[in-house]
Design a protein around this ligand. Structure first.
Ligand code: DLL
Length: 431
């Protein structure tokens, strides 16, 4: 499969480092001169822009996190006049005040270029029909892939999310070849396809570009089988433009980071110390080309591992593994660290649908873990207790703690059209 920008995607490490050094120097100066909030943080550390000459100096710079963006909402991180900005996007704001990100026209071009790389790496060309079922609006998913699709020259179907039967109808009538949405919505779309009496023989899809939420390898295989496609991962966050910060290639084992625009680091989330290559920690990004909202050393809270080296696809861009989830998604249940993705792995491996709900509570000072998932097809009522027990055993094997499993009737767990809400932690309501 081709490249969108071969010079960058396959650049030697030496050249990439030189490019990053040059852009980093300019970016730190730009931010120091135009963002008083960050200038103060640098001043407090006794740092001047001249102290940052290469990417090795990055570690001297202060971090930014979501709380800085909330404190400076809405304009405090803006690094250019508002009259130069042409767009805003925003996070969903489920955990507090929304974060608003600003874009100049150059920022939009860079972002769409990153998405064009992702689409090309998934096999997209101007011959393709690309159906965008990420939400449009303040969320970055729809606009980002839409812009990338235009750049590549695909016929773009700006469906947004929802109206699932109509999605399937368009997919068949217009012969979509590439599907872009969250993995949980892809699973819902495939379920609806079969419910409407169709199969993969009725559609022309060949690839999907799925992201915006954590998803497991098991989920990937399940979607690939049910839609008859190759499923590629895509990563990004509103604070650093949106989807396309990193994208998967034909190897499908990690996402190449668009390092000409974003310098990644992995840090120890507790100490802030930069960790050696190959160790798991919190992903931190520095945007080196953004004009309006250039975040330096932004802590994503996403936990992952970086890998350097040339990929079999020919790209030299560093790869990030599938993020296991945000550090905030990790639940501590009876003293054990639990990620929803671990539970998803077991459920799908054991043949359950990817529709599940995790309910955590505290009863008499003891944490409880309940998992609702749907009864597999063809199971008789009298078989349910044994199935629940077997599944609880498999999950105990993975986590070390025993959950209570509830097999609920098929199709009773709410389907997701965007980012799936998997966990209800009732303890947070009490704490
Ligand atoms: O979710 C941007 C996006 C849109 C990415 C479409 C990919 C596709 P936010 O709403 O700001 O932006 O959420 C960003 O979502 O910090 C991760 O925790 C999570 N996330 C995004 N992509 C992935 C992925 C968009 N591929 C937050 N795997 C990030 C796991 C992901 N988590």
């Amino acid at each position: 499969m081709g490249y969108w920008n071969e010079d960058i995607e396959c650049m030697s490490r030496e050249d990439m480092t030189a490019l990053q050094n040059e852009r980093l120097r300019a970016q730190v100066k730009h931010v120091y001169e135009n963002v008083p909030y960050y200038r103060d943080l640098m001043d407090k550390k006794g740092l001047k822009p001249e102290d940052i000459q290469t990417i090795d100096d990055l570690k001297k710079l202060p971090f930014l996190s979501k709380s800085d963006l909330r404190d400076t909402y809405p304009y405090g991180m803006l690094a250019c006049p508002l009259s130069e900005c042409v767009r805003i996007h925003s996070t969903s704001g489920t955990t507090g005040k929304r974060v608003v990100a600003f874009y100049t026209q150059n920022d939009i071009d860079m972002w769409e270029d990153c998405c064009a790389r992702a689409i090309t790496a998934a096999g997209g060309t101007k011959e393709d029909v690309l159906q965008v079922c990420y939400g449009y609006g303040l969320f970055t998913g729809g606009s980002g892939l839409h812009g990338g699709s235009h750049k590549v020259g695909c016929l773009t179907l700006p469906m947004s999310s929802g109206n699932t039967k109509r999605q399937i109808q368009f997919m068949m009538d217009l012969q979509s070849t590439i599907l872009c949405c969250t993995p949980s919505y892809a699973a819902y779309l495939s379920e609806t396809l079969y419910e409407m009496g169709y199969t993969t023989n009725d559609i022309k899809l060949k690839a999907g570009i799925f992201g915006a939420e954590p998803w497991t390898e098991e989920m990937r295989h399940s979607i690939e089988r049910s839609l008859g496609i190759k499923a590629y991962d895509i990563y990004g966050l509103t604070e650093s433009s949106g989807p396309g910060v990193a994208f998967e290639c034909s190897e499908q084992n990690g996402m190449h980071i668009n390092e000409d625009n974003f310098i990644p680091e992995i840090i120890d989330p507790d100490t802030g110390e930069v960790l050696p290559d190959g160790e798991e920690g919190e992903l931190v990004f520095t945007s080196i080309t953004k004009e309006a909202f250039p975040l330096i050393r932004y802590r994503t809270r996403d936990l992952c591992v970086l890998t350097k080296g040339t990929c079999s696809c020919g790209r030299t861009l560093i790869k990030m593994c599938k993020p296991k989830g945000r550090s905030d998604d990790m639940m501590i249940i009876r003293g054990v660290n639990v990620f929803p993705s671990q539970i998803e792995t077991v459920l799908i491996e054991k043949g359950y649908t990817p529709n599940y709900q995790i309910i955590v509570d505290r009863v008499n000072n003891v944490d409880t873990l309940d998992i609702n998932c749907e009864v597999p097809e063809g199971l008789n009522d009298y078989e349910i207790p044994a199935k629940e027990k077997a599944l609880a055993g498999s999950i105990k094997h993975m986590l070390g703690i025993t959950p209570k499993i509830h097999l609920v009737p098929a199709k009773t767990i709410a389907r997701s059209e965007g980012k799936a809400v998997r966990v209800i932690d009732k303890r947070k309501l009490i704490d």
